[in-house]
Write a protein that binds this ligand. Structure first.
Ligand code: G3P
Ligand code: MG
Length: 259
């Protein structure tokens, strides 16, 4: 099997924290990113019933906690009372759903840059989410370099452009659309975040030549995206950042092992 060296310059974001080693979107997963010496984490943010920005991916707490119900229907106190670690493993019993404030404080402590994904589920108030995120960041005095907003919702990014114009914005797309540049220009965007499954070289070079950072989610085998670095992709957002740090292709999935 041919062994290849991983480029030292590659940039990796820990998706929902290091979500392969600790329960996603918990302080334990973010601490793990710091332990690995990473610079970036990605988190998902939505509002509790009492309008506190909390860090959880799904619309409900069902998959990642011992509770049931919609995040938007539960107070922050009720959300914090849930166990968000046990589903992943006994060692993580007692982890709770972090607030955005707790997460940003941890990020400050470890000098992690945070890709704050503004989640938008049907019925959510985008303006309010943005306003509440701004409130937390302002109260904590978060430096503008420490955060990058991203969202599948162009509307959310447009609100952030208006109320926090100095914070970088990244448009999330599964597949980059033909009218991408018009949208990115309107947003004065910093980055494009796309599903690696749908990215091809021509599109990557197109986005790069237009001057945007290009990030890919969520490639969990480094060799699947090895050529992407040559295309100009700047960052992989992965559940297994530790695999990108290894110096060999040891993590190569069986179906991609060289003959
Ligand atoms: O930000 C990249 C990625 O997190 C987007 O998808 O569903 O994992 O939040 P999702
Ligand atoms: Mg996300």
């Amino acid at each position: 099997m041919q062994m290849k060296m991983v480029k030292k310059s590659m940039k990796i974001t820990a998706h929902r924290g290091v979500s392969s080693l600790a329960p996603e979107n918990t302080l334990a997963a973010f601490e793990q990113a710091a332990l690995l010496g990473l610079d970036w984490i990605e988190i998902d943010v939505q509002l509790s019933q009492d309008k506190v920005p909390v860090v959880i991916h799904d619309r409900t707490v069902n998959r990642c906690t011992n509770g049931r119900g919609r995040v938007a229907d539960m107070s922050v106190q009720a959300l914090k009372a849930l166990d968000a670690g046990l589903w992943f493993g006994d060692a993580y019993e007692g982890e709770s759903i972090p607030t955005l404030a707790e997460t940003l404080l941890l990020a400050q402590k470890h000098d992690l840059t945070v890709n704050v994904e503004l989640k938008h589920y049907e019925g959510d108030d985008i303006d309010l989410l943005c306003q509440q995120v701004k409130l937390v960041m302002t109260e904590l005095g978060i430096a503008k370099e420490q955060v990058l907003f991203s969202s599948f919702s162009t509307q959310a990014l447009t609100v952030m452009q208006r109320i926090m114009p100095t914070i970088r914005r990244g448009q999330l797309w599964q597949q980059i659309p033909d009218n991408a540049l018009a949208i990115l220009d309107e947003l004065d965007a910093y980055s494009v975040h796309c599903d690696f499954h749908f990215l091809d070289e021509r599109t990557a070079r197109w986005i790069k030549s237009a001057g945007y950072q290009l990030y890919c989610y969520t490639p969990n085998h480094p060799l699947l995206v090895e050529s992407f670095w040559e295309w100009g992709v700047d960052m992989m957002i992965s559940d297994v950042p530790q695999d990108y740090q290894s110096q060999s292709t040891a993590s190569k999935p069986q179906e991609f092992v060289d003959a």
